[in-house]
Ligand binder design. Structure first.
Ligand SMILES: Nc1ncnc2c1ncn2[C@@H]1O[C@H](COP(=O)(O)OP(=O)(O)OP(=O)(O)O)[C@@H](O)[C@H]1O
Ligand SMILES: [Mg+2]
Length: 264
């Protein structure tokens, strides 16, 4: 895809996040350091109508980055712009434009998918007609219809994930930020998510997705970023990845290179 002709919709510049570790966290992390730099001077862009795959080993800083993009976490330094506007200065507008999903997000077990959907639809200011229309489309797409009146607590983790996916899209956001969206889904549901992401892309939505499933990223992403220890270590489009021997090889090559540099 030719990015030069595309609009830069999200721009991340020199983004960093440092966590202050509690005594308990220091013990758990087996460190005396009082601070942990989870995201370290990260810069990248998301273009309109593209799917960007963010990869990295456990603890690389992917979730931290995506939470900052979704305004759920304040950066320690650096900036994020949406349509050239600093998201920290436009929290409400940003949230209206973003659909966010992370595996850490928990739905209330006591309510039904139907009720939960209505609750969030109201939060986003949808009127009844809009709400019914969105519910019909999304419940159908993710196969939620048959258990819409069951309590969420009684659903399997994959079913819960499907409900979370539907809810993340209630307000028809133009930017979609998904942290491990196919986590816990069977292959049928995963395929439905993949298909839906491609459909959203066709609608010119901009999507950033983080996952450990390399074939998924390789198949869906227009561009790929690999982050290790909070730093962007590689960025390239699908063709570049393929020319470097495919994603799995590239991932391990980059990982090894970073480790060798650390040891040097
Ligand atoms: N609230 C927090 N307080 C302290 N440290 C944190 C906090 N959140 C994340 N971290 C640390 O920041 C680093 C990056 O975590 P993050 O969750 O962003 O990684 P990740 O790339 O999403 O990993 P995974 O692939 O396992 O999901 C880790 O070392 C993690 O322990
Ligand atoms: Mg994560």
């Amino acid at each position: 895809m030719d990015n030069n002709s595309q609009k830069e919709i999200v721009k991340v510049t020199k983004l960093s996040k440092t966590f202050r570790l509690s005594y308990k966290q220091r013990k758990e992390n087996k460190t005396d350091d009082k601070y942990l730099k989870a995201v370290d001077d990260l810069s990248f862009s998301l273009y309109e109508g593209e799917i960007y795959g963010l990869l990295g080993p456990n603890g690389a800083g992917k979730t931290t980055t995506l939470r900052m993009l979704a305004t759920l976490l304040t950066p320690s330094s650096g900036n994020i712009y949406l349509d050239d506007k600093d998201i920290q200065k436009n929290l409400e507008e940003t949230r209206r434009n973003i659909g966010f999903l992370t595996s850490e997000l928990k739905l209330d077990n006591f309510f039904t998918p139907d009720y939960t959907f209505d609750f969030f639809a109201e939060l986003y200011g949808l009127d009844k007609t809009q709400r019914m229309r969105r519910k019909e489309i999304l419940f159908y797409q993710f196969g939620i219809d048959e258990y819409r009146y069951k309590k969420i607590g009684e659903l399997s983790s994959g079913m819960k994930q499907k409900v979370s996916l539907a809810i993340s899209l209630i307000h028809d956001p133009k930017i979609i930020i998904y942290d491990e969206p196919t986590n816990g889904l069977d292959i049928i549901a995963s395929k439905a998510v993949e298909d839906y992401l491609l459909k959203l892309k066709e609608e010119n939505k901009s999507i950033i997705i983080s996952t450990h499933i390399l074939p998924l990223v390789e198949k869906l992403s227009d561009r790929i970023g690999i982050i290790i220890a909070g730093k962007m270590q590689f960025e390239g489009n699908r063709k570049e990845v393929s020319n470097l021997g495919g994603l799995e090889k590239l991932f391990f090559d980059i990982y090894q290179k970073v480790r060798d540099e650390e040891d040097a």
